[in-house]
Design a protein around this ligand. Structure first.
Ligand SMILES: NC(=O)c1ccc[n+]([C@@H]2O[C@H](COP(=O)([O-])OP(=O)(O)OC[C@H]3O[C@@H](n4cnc5c(N)ncnc54)[C@H](O)[C@@H]3O)[C@@H](O)[C@H]2O)c1
Ligand SMILES: CC(C)CCC[C@@H](C)[C@H]1CC[C@H]2[C@@H]3[C@H](O)C=C4C[C@@H](O)CC[C@]4(C)[C@H]3CC[C@]12C
Length: 339
């Protein structure tokens, strides 16, 4: 997105624990693309990568709500890693920092309270127990508190945080997992969550576009945007998690069976709890990390949707991809990813 949309771009450094082969394909144009294999938990590696950069987009993170990684590892990558990025900016004199936060810093909360089409100012008790939302919330706080800190050279750091809802699009592995599971079940999936529970979703291309716009506008609009949070949103329809997935999986030949959940909620919660118990029992032998656990069930079963125009008001954001384009691109990816 940066290469396509930012004419002033001179160099793009991509810092990641795992470098993908597609990065090589980006090296063919006039902009220098520099892949750097590194770990955000290693402060010196981050500082070396950041040195000389005009703007940092910090999107690296450990996304784990399935119990694959320990809470300590999640904290180290998401919180300590973010602190390292902030310190690297301060030490090297980089003034603009965009952080990929998450809707999860707000909710759904431990009380399972709905957040219905809320905005950045909607009151909501952001109470979390799970390490992933806790770590993202702590990292976001660090980023916002760092706004205004003096960087090397004496000028102030300008930071802001973007909070995507559930991201979908090309590369969405969970969508592909549901597709493969549906194929195994005879081209069917069985409804587990009531259709009335709305779940916020946003297309990956629009998330990227919003990051590019923020990176571009942070300098001229530092006063307005510094220290701010923005939900990432687009025109994707409000639907339940499963009904939304069917927008893509339906055209790929799957159908969602049932207008109501096949199993009662208490039974699903029992299964989710059994999964958590099995995960704990099996941990010394193997990693058992199914999609269904009490936390993922709670997220999927709690309404959380946003309705806001803050990004449009503050930096002129309009989605780059229409809902129709986002849908088509995702369907093509699901179809292509399993062949
Ligand atoms: N997927 C979603 O629905 C969603 C929603 C809201 C916010 N987010 C946030 O967006 C960001 C990207 O998430 P994603 O879904 O693309 O996940 P992802 O796992 O595909 O991407 C995370 C990237 O971070 C890298 N990374 C992990 N640990 C690292 C480390 N120690 N050092 C350097 N790089 C490291 C990974 O290699 C990977 O490329 C994360 O910060 C996540 O919290 C994701
Ligand atoms: C109960 C089962 C039938 C369905 C289980 C679906 C479950 C794996 C899905 C539902 C909601 C998904 C999360 C949601 O889209 C938002 C985010 C925020 C983001 O920062 C990280 C990913 C995450 C937690 C999604 C993970 C997968 C979830 C829980």
């Amino acid at each position: 997105m940066l290469l396509e949309q930012e004419p002033r771009l001179r160099e793009l450094r991509v810092f990641d624990l795992h470098l993908s082969s597609w990065l090589e394909e980006l090296k063919t144009g006039p902009v220098q693309v520099t892949p750097i294999q590194g770990d955000v938990t290693q402060a010196h590696q981050v500082a070396a990568a950041v040195s000389g950069a005009h703007v940092v987009i910090h999107t690296a993170g450990l996304v784990d709500v399935f119990g694959r990684a320990s809470p300590e590892t999640i904290y180290k990558v998401n919180v300590q890693g973010t602190q390292n990025v902030i310190e690297a900016c301060v030490q090297t004199g980089t003034r603009f920092l965009v952080y990929t936060s998450s809707m999860e810093v707000v909710g759904p909360n431990v009380k399972g309270q709905p957040f219905y089409r809320g905005n950045e100012d909607t009151p909501y008790e952001a109470l979390h127990k799970h390490p992933y939302p806790q770590s993202k919330a702590q990292a976001e706080r660090l980023v916002l508190q760092a706004n205004g800190r003096k960087v090397q050279g004496g000028l102030p750091l300008v930071t802001c945080a973007l909070r995507p809802t559930g991201i979908y699009g090309e590369g969405h592995q969970i969508m592909r997992d549901f597709y493969l599971q549906g194929l195994r079940l005879g081209s069917r999936l069985f409804r587990a969550i009531p259709a009335s529970v709305e779940h916020g979703r946003v297309y990956v291309g629009n998330v990227a576009w919003m990051h590019v716009l923020v990176a571009r506008e942070l300098e001229p609009r530092a006063e307005l945007m510094g220290g701010q949070v923005y939900f990432c949103y687009d025109k994707s329809p409000y639907k339940s998690y499963e009904d939304f997935n069917m927008e893509f999986l339906g055209p790929c030949g799957l159908r969602l069976v049932g207008t109501r959940p096949l199993l009662p909620y208490w039974l699903l919660m029992l299964l989710a709890t059994l999964n958590a118990l099995l995960q704990w029992l099996l941990r010394p032998l193997l990693l058992y990390a199914p999609l269904l656990n009490p936390y993922t069930l709670a997220i999927a079963n709690t309404t959380f949707t946003v309705s806001t125009n803050k990004a449009q008001r503050h930096f002129g954001y309009e989605p780059l991809f229409s809902w129709e384009d986002s849908r088509t691109r995702t369907i093509l990816w699901v179809q292509g990813s399993t062949q």
